[in-house]
Design a protein around this ligand. Structure first.
Ligand SMILES: NC(=O)C1=CN([C@@H]2O[C@H](COP(=O)(O)OP(=O)(O)OC[C@H]3O[C@@H](n4cnc5c(N)ncnc54)[C@H](OP(=O)(O)O)[C@@H]3O)[C@@H](O)[C@H]2O)C=CC1
Ligand SMILES: Nc1nc(=O)c2c([nH]1)NC[C@@H]1CN(c3ccc(C(=O)N[C@@H](CCC(=O)O)C(=O)O)cc3)C=[N+]21
Length: 308
């Protein structure tokens, strides 16, 4: 048994790290194909404002993965004091740079910078986060093929399909959380797959009861172990997006550990399949970022794009 779950766990563990490795292997092959066909190596620019330690770790991981895949990879690390105008100027410079196909501005931005303004300054064709209103809109009107889709929900959908197959029509899906980066695009993707989608949030009534009806639960809340075992319908598929660092005194003074939004052991005793934290959704987010960057590079070169 992996990840040290209790022996009562019946659910299959959805190995996001392994699926992410398959995706990135495919990205590497298709990158070679694009270059052979005369296209440029996919170029990814990551912009980080401020010195948040967690953000630095993620940004570093993204840059390493991009280089590993033979992408052109650049990083702009700017001090916390950077003005909105300076960030916008960098975005505009990257928009014009033909070697750059993907621009990711790490969120959250410092409070003195208007996040919407920065996102809307990114060329939608280079918006590999899928946060620009044009991409959000294309997803919402069912033109996923012309959009770039938010990485975390796109990765969650692939994990669900690994378990349930490609046809999700008629499944009852519950998305807990309605953020623009996870909850809402997740709901749109599942709706596009003909699921019956419920979106819950902090004002929802009787969340446990909503959860008990769901064949698929995607938890994207940011509350450690909120989803309990007795909220889960037997056989449900659970995708845990949450990343919460909590105190772990059992590991020693001042130590912490990472947990999701789902009480893993309890839920795994009831569900048919569940993602662990870490090793579930997180690695898929980075893999889908690489896939989106390749997609953007293929479109820029006028070459066919691989399906993920
Ligand atoms: N693994 C990965 O790749 C990623 C992981 N994450 C993680 O996923 C989690 C969610 O991220 P994100 O969407 O950005 O978070 P946000 O804080 O933007 O959104 C949280 C959502 O949860 C809802 N919520 C809060 N409390 C409750 C409650 N008690 N019951 C029901 N709903 C509730 C909020 O409702 P309301 O709208 O009413 O306030 C909100 O819609 C975080 O732990 C984050 O770290 C995020 C991105 C990527
Ligand atoms: N513009 C923008 N785009 C993002 O996609 C974006 C962002 N801003 N801001 C922050 C969130 C968070 N996020 C994660 C990516 C990878 C892991 C990941 O790889 N996690 C590992 C382990 C992490 C650990 O051990 O600390 C795992 O779950 O196994 C987690 C979280 C992307 N985000």
């Amino acid at each position: 048994m992996t990840h040290g779950q209790s022996s009562s766990a019946k659910a299959a563990v959805i190995d996001g790290k392994a699926v992410a490795a398959e995706i990135t292997a495919k990205v590497a092959v298709e990158t070679g194909r694009l270059i052979e066909a005369g296209g440029l190596a996919p170029g990814l620019a990551v912009v980080l404002v401020g010195d948040d330690a967690a953000s630095q770790v993620y940004v570093g991981a993204k840059g390493r993965k991009a280089s590993e895949l033979g992408f052109h990879s650049v990083q702009h690390t700017l001090p916390l004091s950077t003005s909105e105008a300076e960030v916008l100027a960098i975005v505009e410079q990257l928009n014009r740079d033909p070697a750059i196909h993907g621009i990711l501005v790490q969120l959250p931005l410092p409070r003195h910078i208007d996040t919407s303004k920065v996102i809307e300054a990114i060329d939608p064709a280079k918006d590999v986060d899928g946060f620009h209103p044009i991409n959000v809109g294309r997803l919402a009107i069912g033109e996923r093929d012309r959009a770039l889709v938010s990485c975390t929900p796109a990765g969650c959908l692939l994990l669900v399909k690994r378990v349930l197959g490609d046809d999700l029509a008629g499944k009852d899906a519950l998305v807990i959380g309605r953020s623009n980066i996870v909850g809402k695009p997740m709901a749109q993707l599942l709706l596009q797959e003909s699921c019956t989608v419920t979106v819950a949030h902090s004002r929802s009534r009787d969340l446990p009861e909503l959860a008990r009806k769901a064949d698929i639960i995607v938890a994207a809340v940011g509350r450690p172990e909120m989803v309990r075992g007795d909220w889960v319908k037997p056989g449900a598929v659970i995708i845990d997006v949450g990343m919460n660092r909590i105190p772990a005194p059992e590991r020693g003074e001042g130590k912490t550990r990472l947990v999701g939004d789902v009480a893993y052991d309890e839920a795994a005793a009831v569900a048919s399949a569940i993602t662990p934290v870490p090793g579930g959704v997180g690695p898929m987010t980075i893999a889908m970022l690489m896939a989106n960057t390749l997609t953007a590079a293929c479109r820029a070169a006028g070459k066919p794009e691989p399906k993920f």
